[in-house]
Design a binder for this molecule. Structure first.
Ligand code: ATP
Ligand code: MG
Length: 389
């Protein structure tokens, strides 16, 4: 009998017709993420999804780590399958959870019985296995209220499973169940976190990055591709649309008031991102903006930049402090790369006194001297498409 990985699905989405779309997506996302770790079978039964290794070559540690990063599961555990007898379950607890049994003082056994033909009730099974363990291990005592260790027994249709407490899963919804969106990915701390947060809500992402060669270095672009790569265990494969932005920035510097530079630049980013979204079937934009973080992220500034987009703009960090964002960046593994000191195109030609309360009329007047449509089209046509993962 073999070891498996069990994923507990979120309760809410399991209701109604959604359930099957949700489960199917979760299974196909898992299957794709597990490919590089061996041959596995992925299937669902009774609100649990199972990952079963099909050969001894499967790397179960890597598979377990990968499973913890797949959105849609609230809990993940490694479990041992055994015969559906109380003796086999006790024996499996003793061998498979040997490490857990030695270290703890208090425990309880929690049983679930999906197979109603099993001759004991869940309570009888827990009491029997718990009683045996209590006698066999002098260090262990039953404490049903506040146990240090909970041993889970699950009697299912075709086998029983033994496992310790599940670890938290990635939560959220399986990527792909909420549609596709275009995320504006810079080299900073915020936009990788914003992307991650929307992927968590089930959005399949494509990325768009603006770079200003030769004002920004090739390393700065590589850093952004690295960030995208670090996100793929959570988001799945990514396409990064790399947009040359230098010509637009030079035009803005040449023809527009300096204090509006950042806002005008951000409006071009939104237009190009939206153009790219429409070309690729994305139905929303994502940015890493947070209210009040910088001059271009005041309420008025966001209104002015958002005004050029007709697709919904998701700003999942809008109400978050930098510290909270940093905490997530560390957790998901993007922080160390984000703080590498390469310049971003936003830092090129930064105005000394950026306007924090812009009016749409003055912005539109400033843009009137440019051929906006032609500049957007030129950038879209020169975009490089990079596949990650
Ligand atoms: P980040 O830490 O994500 O770089 P930031 O605090 O530096 O964000 P800004 O530079 O004002 O903020 O950018 C706001 C948002 O605009 C970013 O979160 C990102 O979504 C988008 N953005 C900024 N620069 C770029 C870029 N070079 N390419 C793609 N998107 C960008
Ligand atoms: Mg930035």
């Amino acid at each position: 009998m073999t070891e498996m990985i069990l994923l507990k699905l979120g309760e809410l989405v399991l209701k109604g017709a959604n359930r099957y779309t949700f489960e199917d997506k979760l299974k196909s996302n898992l299957a794709r993420r597990l490919k590089s770790h061996g041959k596995f079978r992925v299937y669902s039964r009774q609100s649990t999804t199972y990952i079963e290794p099909l050969s001894d070559e499967c790397d179960m540690d890597a598979a377990y780590d990968a499973a913890k990063k797949v959105f849609g599961a609230v809990g993940v555990s490694r479990a041992k399958a055994c015969a559906k007898t109380k003796e086999a379950m006790l024996e499996t607890v003793r061998t498979y959870l040997a490490g857990n049994l030695v270290g703890e003082k208090t425990f309880k056994v929690e049983s679930k019985r999906a197979d109603k033909s099993f001759p004991m009730t869940s309570i009888q099974l827990s009491q029997w296995v718990g009683g045996e363990l209590d006698e066999l291990y002098p260090n262990l005592h039953v404490d049903v209220h506040n146990p240090a260790l909970t041993i889970h027994l699950e009697v299912r249709d075709y086998a029983a499973f033994v496992h310790a407490d599940p670890e938290p899963g990635a939560g959220g919804l399986p990527v792909g169940t909420s549609g596709r969106a275009m995320s504006l990915l810079s080299g900073g701390i915020d936009s990788p976190v914003a992307s991650w947060m929307m992927a968590k809500r089930g959005i399949a992402l494509e990325m768009v990055h603006f770079y200003s060669y030769p004002y920004t270095s090739p390393e700065a672009k590589e850093k952004v591709l690295d960030l995208a790569r670090l996100l793929t265990p959570w988001t799945g494969r990514l396409i990064v649309h790399v947009v040359p932005f230098t010509h637009i920035q030079e035009e803005l510097r040449r023809a527009c008031p300096e204090e509006l530079f950042t806002l005008l630049m951000r409006r071009f980013m939104m237009r190009i991102a939206e153009g790219m979204a429409r070309r690729t079937g994305c139905r929303a934009l994502v940015t890493g903006e947070s209210l009040g973080q910088v001059a271009s992220q005041t309420m008025d500034a966001m209104a002015v930049t958002g005004a050029v987009a007709s697709l919904p703009v998701f700003r999942p960090l809008v109400g978050m402090d930098k510290e909270e964002v940093v905490r997530i960046a560390r957790k998901i593994g993007t922080f160390e790369t984000s703080i590498l000191p390469y310049e971003d195109c936003c830092t090129v030609f930064t105005p000394r006194h950026p306007r924090t309360r812009p009016h749409l009329d003055e912005i539109e007047a400033a843009e009137a001297v440019l051929d906006v449509e032609a500049l957007v089209q030129e950038a879209l046509d020169a975009t490089e498409r990079v596949k990650i993962g």
